[in-house]
Design a protein. Structure first.
Length: 125
C-alpha cells in the first residue's frame, strides 16, 4: 500500500479520467478470480460516467467484485460513492501530513472488506 501512495503522489494535479481507469481495471480484473476487489484511491475531482457506473454494477453482479473507494481529498464524489462497497476518507493535519498512514489504511481496508463480506452473507441468508 505504501508503494501505491508513493506512486500516486507523482501524479498530483495531473487530471483524472475515471472512465478510462474503470475500463482498464475491468479489463485486467477479467483475468483474475471472481470476488477480486478494486481499490480506487483518488482525490475525487472527476465524475464517473453513467455508462461506466452501469458497466461496473454489471461486472460486480457477475463476479462478486467490490469497489473500495479511498478518498484523499474529501470532495465526496457522489458518482463514485454510489457504486462503492467501502468508502474511506483520508484526512490531513494542518501541515498537510496524512492523519492515517498507509499501513493503517491497509488494515482498515482489510477490516472493512471482511465486514462487507459478512454483511453480504447475512443479507443472502
Amino acid at each position: 500500500m505504501v508503494e501505491h501512495f508513493a506512486w500516486a503522489e507523482k501524479f498530483q494535479n495531473g487530471g483524472t479520467n475515471f472512465d478510462n481507469a474503470f475500463d482498464e481495471a475491468i479489463k485486467r480484473m477479467k483475468d483474475m478470480p471472481d470476488g477480486t476487489d478494486l481499490v480506487f484511491i483518488t482525490d475525487g475531482e472527476c465524475m464517473l460516467g453513467i455508462d461506466y457506473q452501469r458497466k461496473w454494477r454489471n461486472y460486480k453482479n457477475e463476479t462478486n467484485a467490490r469497489l473500495l473507494y479511498v478518498d484523499v481529498s474529501g470532495h465526496d464524489n457522489s458518482s463514485l460513492r454510489s457504486i462503492s462497497d467501502v468508502y474511506m476518507l483520508v484526512t490531513f493535519d494542518k501541515d498537510g501530513n496524512m492523519d492515517m498512514v498507509a499501513e493503517n489504511i491497509a488494515d482498515s481496508l482489510a477490516t472493512s472488506i471482511e465486514r462487507a463480506r459478512l454483511s453480504k452473507l447475512d443479507d443472502n441468508s
